[in-house]
Structures are given as C-alpha cells and as structure tokens.
Design a protein around this ligand. Structure first.
Ligand code: 13P
Length: 340
C-alpha cells in the first residue's frame, strides 16, 4: 500500500472548491428517480443520463470525484470512451460504490446492516483495473422513537465499514466511509446528534482496531438535523452548530476531508447548511459535499429524458455544482438561486 498515493487522491477530491457527485444509484434506486420523470429505466437511458452529467461543461472546477455504480463503470460515452477514462481526462477522479445494500439485521427487528464483504478483495482488484481510485460503502442507521438503533447495530455497521476500509487501503483505493443516520421519521435534532455522536465514536474505534490509516480515508456523514416528520424545524444556524460540534468531538483531525451526504434535504437546504458551516469558522478538515439527490434532483426535472433538454439540464447541473463550490468557501447565499 502506498500511503502517499491514498493521501494525494483524497486531497485531490476535496481540493479548493471541489466536492463529489454521488451518481452511484443502484438499478432499483435509479428506477425510482426515473419513475419521478416517467422515464423507463433501461440500460441505455441510464447511460444517456450519466453521460449528460459527466459531459456537462465546466463542472471539473467543482467536482473532484464521481461515485459510479458497477454498471456505469463498465459503460462508455456515445463516442466509445469509457466513462472512467472520460472523467479522468477532465481531471475528475472516478470512484465506485462497492456495498451491496442494507439488509435487515437478524434478531434486531428494525435495525439494518450493510452487506458486500464476501469477495470484496477480488472485486476491488477488478475495479482498480477499470480505473476506480476511490470507493464507497454506506452503513444505514435508522432512528425510531424507542430503542432503534440498538448499540449492537451501530457496532455491526462500524465493523463492516472498518473491514471494507481496510480492504480498500490494502488495494490502494481510498475508502469513503459513510455511516448514514437517516433523516426519516419524527425524531428531533438532539436525538440525531446523540445517535450520530455514538456512531462516529464507535466507527473510529473500529477503524483504528482494523489498522485503517485515517489520513487515507474520506468521511461521509449525515448532517445533524431533525427528522423529516419532526414538528420542530431546525434552522440553518442550528444545523451548522450541532453538526460541527459533533464532528469536532468525534472525528480525528488526521482525516483529510469530510464530504456530507444530502440525505433527503432539498438542494437549496443542503447547499445552505454546508455554506453556514464553512462561513462560521475553520476546522481541522475541509468540509465539502458528496451529494446525490441535492445535485441531481433539479437536473432530472430539467431533463425529463428528452434529448432536446440536455443542454438546459447540463446548465442546471453546472449551477448546482458551482453553488456548492461557493458553499465550500462560505460564499453562497440563497439569492444566488435566482441568478441565471
Ligand atoms: P444523497 O446525497 O442523495 O443522500 O446521496 C448520497 C449518497 O451517496 C448516499 O449513499
């Protein structure tokens, strides 16, 4: 393993105004997204959509890495250039989702654990050959009003994340470590902070026990935010305060970057929250984005599957990338949403 190479890949992904486009929706998930615009989820439509994203002009200024799904890593643009090569030629680092999704945790009704460790060493070797320089694994933590998540579920997910991260580093691939505390449900911000804190504390202990080198990972956490069905809404400043307090307490300063997931926030909220954190002060790590829905929802709505809308949808995408690039520096404000 070349630690300097891991560090330089991680640093390049979160350089200056840059963050990550999470375009690694599995086929069932992209089908849900396409259903929202009444587009059939065929292999060619998925390819056309990813091509729209990856060829948008100017995005390389704000997008340092793209997370791909297995199928997409094997696809090419219409001129025959493999997507990984196309992205690399633009200075955007290709990455790959390697987990196989969250499944019910046996004997712990309501908790989940992510699968995909079996055969992972061999899959990572192939993904490296195909051009992936970083990977992603998402642990999913559900909150309910009672005793979910269990302490055992946090441990099980932290353990799987750590085994995955060690295998990635062994293969010379930067692991994105994603412990997502879901925003579903009626819980308040305080509950989210308690669960997120507990998860991060256990996660870094497991990473350490698995001899993962903190300097060669990226952390992809949720923000500390109230559940979508919570009756007390949290304002931008409260989210920024609680999230940064939690991260300062539990994330070692050796970690080279924190890239938030958007988790169901609107595109504007996700940008605003990131901006507020960066405007408030400086931190031991760059605070950036690795958004899926918050970068893509407006693009899908503009595209609608139609060739004639591609140029407009690419402009919409560029603008979201740019606004998040500004949020990395604390220079975004909501009025910019109106700018053409
Ligand atoms: P969202 O930003 O839509 O939460 O997706 C990010 C991601 O990669 C989830 O694993």
């Amino acid at each position: 393993m070349n630690v300097d190479e891991l560090k330089s890949v991680a640093a390049a992904i979160v350089a200056q105004q840059k963050g990550i486009l999470a375009a690694d929706e599995s086929n069932p998930t992209i089908k849900k997204r396409f259903d929202s615009i009444r587009l059939e989820s065929t292999e060619e439509n998925r390819r056309r959509y990813r091509e729209l994203l990856f060829t948008a002009e100017g995005i390389e200024r704000y997008i340092g890495g793209v997370i791909l799904f297995d199928e997409t890593l094997r696809q090419s643009s219409r001129d025959g250039t493999p997507f990984a090569e196309l992205l690399s030629s633009r200075g955007i680092i290709p990455g790959i989702k390697v987990d196989k999704g969250a499944k019910a945790l046996a004997m712990y009704s309501g908790d989940q654990v992510t699968e995909g460790l079996d055969g992972l060493r061999e899959r990572l070797a192939e993904y490296k050959q195909l051009g992936a320089k970083f990977a992603k694994w998402r642990g999913v933590i559900q909150i309910d009003q009672h005793d979910i998540p269990s302490a055992y579920a946090l441990h099980a997910n932290a353990h799987a994340l750590a085994r995955y991260a060690a295998l990635c580093q062994e293969a010379g691939i930067v692991p994105i470590v994603e412990p997502e505390v879901l925003m579903d449900g009626p819980h308040d911000m305080d509950r989210c902070e308690v669960v997120t804190s507990h998860m991060l504390e256990i996660l870094f202990a497991e990473l350490d026990a698995h001899r993962v080198i903190f300097e060669g990972i990226l952390l992809k956490p949720n923000m500390v935010i109230a559940g979508m069905k919570c009756t007390h809404e949290s304002n931008v400043r409260q989210v920024a305060d609680a999230t940064t307090r939690c991260l300062r307490r539990y994330v070692p300063s050796a970690v080279p970057g924190i890239v938030f997931l958007s988790g169901g926030q609107s595109a504007e909220d996700a940008t605003d929250h990131l901006n507020a954190m960066n405007a408030m002060g400086s931190y031991p790590w760059p605070l950036s984005f690795s958004y899926g829905r918050a970068l893509q929802a407006p693009v899908l709505a503009a595209w609608h599957g139609k060739e004639s809308n591609v140029a407009m949808a690419q402009k919409v995408f560029f603008k979201r990338c740019q606004l998040n690039g500004l949020a990395r520096e604390g220079k975004y404000n909501r009025a910019m949403e109106m700018d053409k």
